[in-house]
Ligand binder design. Sequence first.
Ligand SMILES: [Zn+2]
Length: 439
Amino acid sequence: MPAIESTRAATRWTTRIVPVFLTAAVVYATYVVVARICSKYIWPSLRGATPRDYGTLEYLLRSLNENGTAIALLVLYFIFLLLMIATYARTLYNANFNPGVTPLGPRAAHRQRAKDGKQMRQAYGAGDLEGRAYEAGPDNDIDSPGLESFYSRDVFVCETDGRPKWCSECCNWKQDRVHHSREIGRCVYRMDHYCPWAGGMIAEKSFKFFVQFTTYTTLYCAVVLGANAYALRRQVGQGASADAFFLAAIVIAAFFGLFAFSMTATSARYILQNMTNVDILSFRRKVYQLAVRVPRGTRSDRFGVIVYPLTKVESSPGGRKAEIGALKPNGHPSEEQADVLPASSRDDLATRTFAILGTGPGENPWDLGPWRNWQSIMGTNPLDWVLPIHHSPCANHESLESLYEMDHMLNQLRNRYGLPAGPPSDESTIMQMRDLRSQ
Ligand SMILES: [Zn+2]
């Protein structure tokens, strides 16, 4: 499986070099805190070692006779070191090989193949229609591939016309919370950021492991910092001059520790608010349009509706070749309760109607409250919170309600727009629809 790397050469090289620096820092810390004990504990008298030459633990063990402190530090050091390495490896793997990219649309896949085969010139020659179509906007085909995965759910993020968002780079519809990363040139589920420190794309498949990694790195650095500061203080207290090894370890641990802590604190806030680095951009002004499934025949002057599957409407001369079946607010008098008309024709049975509802500025559709936000990312089992084994529950996209849970916001919106609580009860709509379409 090829790694999904940055499209920029400089970032690719940074991503490769950073792990070398991190490894060097850990090797050095291990040497200062632990390794010196192994060599000098055995032969200190033979080599004439003085307290000045000792490693932190050896210093505590031998000079201060604080065996309990030294053993506690040793245990903490290795626990956090192992957890840090395990979470780093898991983050690194997922960020590179399983970041959660969405499939390319047919046109973008064609371009990718052409690029891979170094046939760009042929593919984008003057006579190539697909090449010219590549830069075009959303697919206006009413049977555009992938649309069904949206309207088979009860709610999805849409544009004001009721169709999903479109990525012109990937030539595909964008699912909820999917963001196009210029760094890797692909759309990514619940993207957070591209992190050269963690070696790749931090998104829904790697975010939990990334947070665990920064948390353990903070704790690891705290142990290194604490052990060296303690040893240094005792050393100076005994009248010896400050050990350069201890001082250097303190500076390095403080640098990485503060960096990791700030990442952990930011990530913790995102987890509790169910946000990402992408969501947070101009969040206070951001308004989401949601296509919310409503009973067939629903009409209201307060919102537009769209009926899926889309239907072709004869266009006026010079108009678009296919108009989608969106219905604008119909000018009925204002009313508290949305008007629900009875479904009539056989074709109606095969359709799903969605109201196009706007959230208020700064409302986060995916905010489920701090506790459920935490569980949706860190897992429901406390073991999942601390160990880098299972993916976040929110990376499971099997629900037919929405790609990411948003029941809290959904209930509010239905209430706000006078719609019945909960989705329409005709669970079998999809089956009916498929049956009818196959006839
Ligand atoms: Zn994209």
